[in-house]
Design a binder for this molecule. Sequence first.
Ligand code: GUN
Length: 299
Amino acid sequence: MTRATIIDGRTYAAEIRLQLANYVSELCDSHHIIPGLAIVLVGHDPASQVYVRNKHRQAQDIGMHSLVSLLSENVEEKELIDIIEGFNCNTAINGIVVQLPLPAHMDTQQILNTIDPSKDVDGLHPCNAGHLCAGSDRGITPCTPLGCLRLLRRQHPSMNGMRALVIGRSNIVGKPMAHLLVQENCTVTIAHSKTRDLLQECRRADIVIAAAGQAEMVRGDWVRPGATVIDVGINRVACQEGSGMSVLAGDVCFAEVVEVAGAVTPVPGGVGPMTVAMLLRNTLLAFLQQVGVEKGFCA
Ligand code: GUN
């Protein structure tokens, strides 16, 4: 058995960022306009801080304006809503991200509903979720599933009739991912914590999207030989008891799965960089729609 192809999300994401940077630079030269991204972070969750820093830096690196609004853990929902409404009205801001999770005292859906759907570059507003569900390309597609799809398309230019298993049913990854795969003509199953015989479901699948948030859950003997496995998980796992050290682990046991699968994404360096690249792509698209400039790019 040959080892799986390792799908290099880091390199692919860098190629996309380069295309976006060139496009932003052309816009700046020809129209003297620059897309703007606003990112809101509530509280001090260390993982969220890292994600927000990456989004902010990478937006700036491709020539966009980016600002981060840092709010205290105890901020009132009303204050957050006022800030989002301010961004909705601000023509220099074309994309808005509210980093999740929000503190428990906030109603996350209510907050997401406040974002102007045309600036909802995470694609989490019900309007955008509805477009995706209806198979329309008029909405904004959530970044992580879109990044996974881009990686899959590199392996499978056509996914017609393939069996796809999505493990996880979150609004941010599992559900939108399933809709995207249906659009690709896959036969899609969504598995979750109540699924009976997950192992058998997994063994039948040509494509597995692991987005359950459980470290190394998908083992080598779960995977059909030659299947493509996309690992969305980012789990911090303690190295040794008492050492205080931790490492990143995906939802897939990479060492085992790489011996069985046809292709697999690593963690880190797989889906993560693609998520940020798709956020930047969504921000540029949102900007072009808001200012009425022809699309003319394909990132
Ligand atoms: N938290 C984890 N992933 C994401 C994401 O893609 N967008 C937002 N807003 N928050 C997240």
